[in-house]
Design a protein around this ligand. Structure first.
Ligand SMILES: Cc1c2[nH]c(c1CCC(=O)O)Cc1[nH]c(c(CCC(=O)O)c1C)Cc1[nH]c(c(CCC(=O)O)c1C)Cc1[nH]c(c(C)c1CCC(=O)O)C2
Length: 343
């Protein structure tokens, strides 16, 4: 069996100290990230320049010795590879050419052509699998179809994913066709990451929480289950983490319904509740509020211990409940890591 702690936790082992990594661990809160990003020019150039993308992936590993490195890329690279233009407005976020009609869905590139755009990402993975310390696990990722579709339909981020919900009710056929295209392309994209050296993959469904009732089953659970089944057929035993953010009650049974080995939890659920209702059926990841990386101090130490304590009796990977923010203090991250590892 591998001695990598993350892989052991994903197989269900209960470890005396939980392995730890952090969403957005390579990011603007780190001065060394800002320097490399400046060298790249802009965010997308950083994503598509393998040496620099590998460099920023390694930075938080050198600084904190996290147990996992997550490939530096973005969930919007896959839809970009399907054809729509993508750019980032400084200080605002992503913008994308919209896909809202059946004609536009049909005009998306065939999934066999995505690798022309995405091959630098696979090269980043190859560099990382050579350069990472032997105890560090390499995580690949993609957005889950619903979350990716919300950006493709609205052409940008939105608080309530209104445009995607509107298309889902007004033109179910187009909406479902788009979900299917993304689902199939995601399988090929993640499969290439695994072939290049990713040891675990994670599906980010950041907007899963806005899907209610049958929609949650149809567009969060089912596409995730399809991707996982297809990946497992190609890569038996591949460990997979699913993050249906803000799923609430939807976290219960999510691993069983989708085949995920681990469910990542946001911090809108308490660790005590999640231990009782979600961790009972397998490994969980999470879920310290990212705000503590800004505020630090005794509250950080107390809440970190609470998370560790609540999940102590089952398989657990320590993480934040969402990505670390640019205003975080790198010293607070060090304090969190020290608290998890030394109590
Ligand atoms: C919704 C989403 C996106 N991207 C991602 C999600 C899902 C997770 C989540 O909910 O946060 C996922 C993502 N984005 C990034 C990673 C890299 C790996 C990691 O360190 O976690 C991952 C896993 C880098 C990034 N992706 C982005 C940055 C900041 C870009 C910069 O350097 O200016 C980073 C480090 C940009 C991005 N990318 C996206 C948005 C909305 C933004 C702008 C918001 C922001 O500025 O923080 C889309």
């Amino acid at each position: 069996m591998s001695d990598k702690t993350i892989l052991r936790a994903l197989k269900g082992e209960v470890l005396p100290t939980p392995p730890i990594w952090m969403m957005r661990q390579a990011g603007r809160y780190l001065p060394e990230y800002r320097a490399t990003r400046a060298q790249a020019g802009d965010f997308l150039s950083l994503c598509y320049t393998p040496d620099l993308a590998a460099e920023v992936t390694l930075q938080p590993i050198r600084r904190y010795g996290f147990d996992a490195a997550i490939l530096f890329a973005d969930i919007l690279l896959l839809p970009q590879a399907l054809g729509p233009k993508l750019w980032f407005e400084t200080g605002e976020g992503p913008r994308m050419e919209t896909t809202t009609t059946m004609a536009a869905v049909k005009a998306l590139k065939s999934k066999d052509l995505i690798h022309e755009t995405l091959s630098p990402v696979y090269e980043t993975v190859r560099i990382l699998s050579r350069e990472l310390p032997r105890e560090t696990t390499l995580i690949g990722f993609a957005g889950a179809p619903w979350t990716v579709a919300t950006y493709m339909i609205a052409g940008r981020g939105s608080k309530d994913q209104g445009a995607a919900h509107a298309l889902k009710s007004a033109d179910r056929e187009t909406f479902s066709a788009l979900i299917d295209v993304i689902t199939e392309a995601t399988v090929d994209y993640l499969s290439e990451q695994v072939k290049a050296g990713a040891e675990v993959v994670k599906l980010f469904d950041s907007w899963a929480g806005s899907l209610k009732g049958a929609d949650f089953e149809d567009f969060a659970v089912k596409p995730t289950a399809r991707i996982i089944a297809a990946l497992r057929a190609r890569h038996p035993g591949l460990p997979i983490i699913a993050f249906p953010r803000e799923a609430g009650q939807g976290y219960i049974g999510f691993a069983r319904k989708t085949g995920a080995d681990c469910v990542a939890l946001d911090n809108s659920v308490t660790p005590e509740w999640a231990a009782a209702h979600v961790q009972v059926s397998g490994c969980v990841q999470g879920n310290l509020a990212p705000e503590h990386m800004v505020t630090g101090g005794e509250a950080l130490v107390r809440e970190t211990r609470k998370v560790v304590e609540a999940f102590r009796n089952g398989p657990h990977i320590f993480n934040l409940g969402h990505g670390i923010t640019p205003d975080a203090d790198p010293e607070n991250v060090a304090l969190m890591v020290q608290t998890v590892r030394n109590g």
